[in-house]
Design a protein around this ligand. Structure first.
Ligand SMILES: Nc1ncnc2c1ncn2[C@@H]1O[C@H](COP(=O)(O)OP(=O)(O)OP(=O)(O)O)[C@@H](O)[C@H]1O
Length: 692
């Protein structure tokens, strides 16, 4: 039987090519002779007589009509989306804004109608060359017209040309009374089955994936809830169900406001994106985090993570206890603090009372009056005594290091940052006490950060974005007049008020001279025991001289003097032994075994041009002792501009020559008895030179 002819007419070659391949796929070309004509070819490629004419769209009818052979039948092809395009489109989240890109307004609109009819529920905007491009659209769908997609689009889904739908093929077969149509239907259905199978596999895969993810989320320690943009619970793990005492997984799919506690919902609504908060629900404190779920640039809801703060604290606490064993301890207790004068006893009684509270204490007093000693005693008498005591000396550490030492840093926070980050002193002091010594030396930037920690009891590591709750008791100390510094704008007033909650003034030694004999006896006993030597006593005049002296270095200075005497005195201390009495120094030095050494060292330092610096360093250490950083400042005030490196070198020499003791870390350094003798010798030598 001779094959009948079906002629497809379209404006574009692409349509005709897609028809040809569809005819092969479905086996239509076995039953009919298929012809294709572009509209512009019709004048010179006529349509065969008796042919069924199939138009790609109704719009071309008027152009085709003049070329239709008489009596020929014309139908308009109904078009549908190719099956394979379905899968790709299903990956686009519903509700997303999508640009439908085609070559003309009509085809764009037609494809939109097809997509809507297929049940795709994204917001579709037609686009074609020269059309208005709505803002904020990131995905485009195009029926084989990707060259028209604007460059701002991030993802393009090319669904290919619309194919001819089954009903049009049916019409063609019916027109020629051809009953082979069942073949075509079977083949078309085959590809549907294939696509369905593929989707089914994906669904199974997605289910497995979901089960796998649920398994993971149920094993993590945090309680997890995922809400969609309508605040409907999309996912909840067992920990969240237990923590919030919910009936079970049945709450999934419910509105959060209808099944979650009211205070919880309030937190969810108040908390901003990627924010962390400490919140109280039903009398318990929780650590709460909220993150937005964004896919393809679209907000899909929020992920809520929370955990009892006590659990976090315990975990961190266990970790800190390990650090605690590394020496974060306060050595001294109230038993180690000597002083019987009424003024000092009043201070001790007050400090004992305050140690039981949790409030911030500010210790005020001149250098060497025992502020650090008292801070340690307060910690050891407080309920926090088993927790860390962390001392920070603001004068002893350089500004550049201070911030990262105080607050810690995250890995990669700056060049040279340690792998895995670094835990700061505030974190180390968690549950315990942090002693902020020489707080008056804190820079403006550090004052700002300290204020925030004191207000919020939370810290953030340098280079980090997580807030870390810290439970700390703060004891601060200074020998500076903070009130005056506030007036001069050198210290933040609000920080001062935060610190000055429980102030304790430690009296200088000259204001409690009645303590001197007793304190001196305590130190004599201590050093004699230490040096394994017989005890010695103070003569009446020596004691009187000591009570008349004004002790600028306070108890530290008294202790140093006694240590010196323990090295140089046999049985009784006389006025001429006392190193702080200038006119006696020659006698002291002359009497000492160090004399020879002093002369040699003096000459050596003089030869190297170090002498004035060395004596200045020793003088400073003799008055106060302490850290190198503070010393550097004091030396600068005396006109010696030594770099850290230079100072370190001088220290090394002085230590080698046994004139100073260099403490480890924060301990600072102190002048040795040999150092005092050397200083006295230099003074005297200078005085002699002056007289000459
Ligand atoms: N009441 C006291 N009884 C016994 N020893 C004391 C007393 N007060 C201070 N000391 C001793 O004096 C030295 C200095 O004390 P401490 O470091 O506590 O003083 P400070 O006021 O913190 O000094 P600075 O302001 O220079 O840091 C320490 O060796 C300490 O043991």
């Amino acid at each position: 039987m001779e094959k009948k002819t079906v002629t497809f007419v379209a404006q574009m070659d692409e349509f005709l090519q897609s028809v040809v391949s569809q005819c092969h796929e479905l086996g239509v070309s076995q039953d009919f002779h298929i012809e294709g004509r572009r509209v512009d070819q019709l004048p010179y490629r006529p349509i065969a007589e008796g042919s069924l004419v199939v138009l790609s769209t109704k719009r071309i009818y008027s152009q085709v009509e003049p070329y239709l052979p008489p009596g020929s039948k014309t139908i308009v092809a109904k078009r549908m989306l190719p099956y394979h395009s379905l899968r790709e489109m299903l990956e686009i989240p519903p509700g997303v804004k999508v640009l439908l890109v085609s070559d003309t307004a009509e085809t764009a609109e037609e494809t939109i109608q097809l997509l809507i009819a297929s049940g795709m529920d994204f917001e579709l905007y037609p686009y074609y060359p020269g059309a208005y491009l709505p803002p904020d659209i990131e995905i485009a769908v195009t029926p084989g017209e990707s060259e028209h997609v604007p460059s701002s689009i991030r993802k393009v889904v090319d669904i290919g040309f619309r194919i001819i739908d089954l009903s049009t093929w049916l019409e063609i077969y019916a027109h020629f009374d051809n009953d082979h149509f069942h073949k075509v239907t079977a083949r078309a259905v085959q590809s549907l089955i294939y696509i369905t199978k593929e989707l089914n596999n994906e669904i199974i895969h997605a289910r497995l994936l979901q089960m796998y993810l649920e398994g993971i989320v149920n094993r993590i320690e945090d309680a997890v809830i995922a809400l969609d943009e309508q605040e409907v619970i999309r996912f909840i793990n067992q920990k969240a169900i237990d923590t919030l005492h919910l009936p079970g997984l049945g709450v999934q799919g419910e509105k959060a406001a209808e099944c979650l506690p009211e205070d919880f919902i309030e937190t969810v609504r108040e908390c901003g994106e990627n924010e962390e908060q400490l919140v109280d629900w039903g009398g318990r404190t929780f650590f709460f985090r909220k993150m937005h779920i964004i896919m393809e640039g679209r907000y899909l809801g929020s992920l809520l993570l929370f955990r009892k703060a006590a659990e976090i604290e315990k975990m961190e606490h266990d970790y800190r206890i390990r650090l605690y064993s590394k020496g974060l301890v306060a050595k001294y207790s109230f038993d180690d603090i000597h002083g019987k004068s009424p003024s000092f006893q009043k201070v001790i009684q007050l400090a004992k009372k305050m140690s039981r509270s949790n409030s911030t204490i500010l210790l005020l007093g001149e250098t060497g009056t025992g502020k650090e000693l008292l801070a340690q005693a307060i910690h050891n008498a407080s309920p926090r005594k088993r927790e860390p005591f962390v001392g920070v000396n603001f004068a002893a550490i350089s500004e550049s290091l201070l911030e990262s030492e105080l607050f810690g840093y995250e890995e990669g926070a700056f060049t040279g940052a340690r792998k895995g980050g670094h835990i700061g002193w505030f974190e180390l002091a968690h549950k315990g006490t942090i002693f902020l010594d020489e707080i008056g030396d804190a820079s403006g930037a550090i004052q700002n950060r300290l204020l925030r920690v004191l207000q919020e009891r939370q810290i953030m590591r340098v280079g980090g974005n997580k807030v870390i709750p810290v439970d700390i008791r703060v004891v601060a100390a200074t020998n500076q007049d903070l009130q005056q510094m506030v007036k001069e704008g050198k210290f933040r007033a609000d920080l001062y008020y935060r610190l000055n909650i429980l102030p304790i003034h430690l009296p200088p030694l000259r204001k409690r001279v009645e303590d001197i004999p007793w304190l001196a006896d305590e130190f004599i006993r201590h050093y004699c025991l230490d040096l394994r030597r017989p005890p010695f006593t103070l003569s009446g005049e020596a004691l009187k001289a000591m009570q008349e002296y004004d002790w600028p270095g306070n108890i530290r200075e008294l202790e140093n003097v006694v240590e010196y005497l323990a090295h140089v005195v046999e049985e009784e201390v006389h006025v001429h032994h006392l190193p702080f009495l200038q006119e006696n120094q020659e006698l002291v030095v002359a009497a000492e075994e160090y004399r020879e050494d002093c002369i040699a060292l003096c000459q050596e330092y003089e030869r190297r041009g170090f002498l004035p610096e060395m004596t200045a360093i020793l003088q400073e250490l003799s008055i106060a002792g302490g850290g190198r950083y503070a010393l550097q400042e004091q030396l600068r005030a005396r006109g010696f501009n030594l770099s850290t490196q230079q100072l370190r070198y001088r220290f090394k020499l002085l230590q080698q020559d046994e004139l100073i003791y260099v403490g480890k870390g924060r301990q600072g350094s102190a002048i040795s008895p040999q150092g005092e003798a050397f200083l006295a010798y230099c003074h005297h030598a200078k005085a002699r030179e002056g007289k000459r």
